[in-house]
Design a protein around this ligand. Sequence first.
Ligand code: ZN
Length: 240
Amino acid sequence: MRIAVLSDIHSNLVALDAVLAKIGAVDAIWHLGDVVGYGAQPDEVVERLSTLGAIGVRGNHDAAATGATDISWFNPEARAAMEWTQSAIAEPTRTWLAALPQRRSDGDFTLVHGSPRDPTWEYVTSAALARAGLSAITTEHGLHGHTHVPIAFTQVDGRMRTLAPRAGNTVALGEGRTLLNPGSVGQPRDGDPRASYLILDTEARTATWGRASYDIDAAASLIRAAGLPGRLADRLRVGA
Ligand code: ZN
């Protein structure tokens, strides 16, 4: 099976469609939450994922969009964008988001947004946190997002190996347990503005990162036209 793993799409349909065009045919699409928030096309992104039969988990922005979590924790831009999202989304979008679980397992993989210990809020930013995350799941591998930065942690003989993957880098799934972050489709923060994604090959037992260029100006214009904070448009250009 060839599975596309997408995270933190953040209502950026232009970026999502560029990724879908680049990856071509896949057997499944898994998303790791934060489908909405920040960007200008929440309904369109949810409709696209729903049409493609994507399965996934709920992020903190998805929870906020449906009123399931308090947005006083959000920074001012995220909060402004969330208030816009809450009032902009159609009922089918709200229903689809509200049905997302906090975690799910499929085969050898557990999917979460933040971390296996705290799927909504915790950021996995270190090998120590990755180790704690792996000990909180029973599957061989874990997939997470939330930081918007692609990273791979592999546990070999009790030690954690860390890789900051670039486009085309592959991690072997047979060498040890892994906790993998595909990076962000809709708002990358690792200094590369291209949409980031991960492809799992369950026969070859590999995970390979990829990047897709997209029309950033188009996505930025939609953000400004919607009256969302201008910095949310500007940051797409720098990927930070
Ligand atoms: Zn996010």
